[in-house]
Write a protein that binds this ligand. Structure first.
Ligand SMILES: [Zn+2]
Length: 159
């Protein structure tokens, strides 16, 4: 690792490599418009979410950004995200199978009753915030969202 521990690595979250950093503003090349535009930027010091290395992150306030200290850490984060997604999908499948076993095929429900179920699930999730039950309650919410999405899309759900 280059640099000492006290020196955070600089990370630029401007969504492109085509930028010119000035004292208080950054000029960013807008590919769609084919011209340079300027924005005020902010800086914050935070640890890399993957390896913990200190970073000085440059970003434009009001935009969504995500920072890792290196390409390697971005990749690791992505892999972890995909693994989490697999768990999530498994959990969703179990929930839908369970729901179908309990109430019959969810596709028999109309969208408005699924919507009111969703509101109920969101209330339960809110009550569970910060408790060990929260992840499961969140799965319930996602599950209902999926059911509604599936109904609205008019597609056959394969689970
Ligand atoms: Zn890192």
């Amino acid at each position: 690792m280059l640099g000492s521990k006290e020196e955070p690595i600089e990370v630029y979250c401007f969504g492109t490599n085509k930028f010119r950093l000035k004292a208080t503003i950054v000029e960013i090349f807008n590919e769609k418009l084919g011209k340079w535009q300027w924005y005020e930027y902010s800086k914050t010091v935070m640890p890399c979410p993957v390896c913990g290395r200190l970073m000085k992150v440059y970003y434009i306030p009001g935009t969504t950004w995500f920072a890792c200290c290196s390409e390697e850490c971005y990749k690791k984060y992505e892999v972890r995200l995909l693994a989490d997604l697999d768990d999530f999908i498994d959990e969703m499948k179990n929930k839908i199978l369970k729901k179908n076993a309990e109430y019959g095929d969810f596709r028999q429900y109309d969208v408005s009753s699924l919507r009111s179920h969703l509101i109920e699930e969101i209330r339960e999730w809110l009550r569970s915030v910060g408790t060990v039950k929260e992840p499961l309650e969140l799965i319930d919410v996602a599950n209902l969202c999926y059911m509604i999405w599936s109904k609205l899309k008019g597609s056959v759900a394969h689970v």
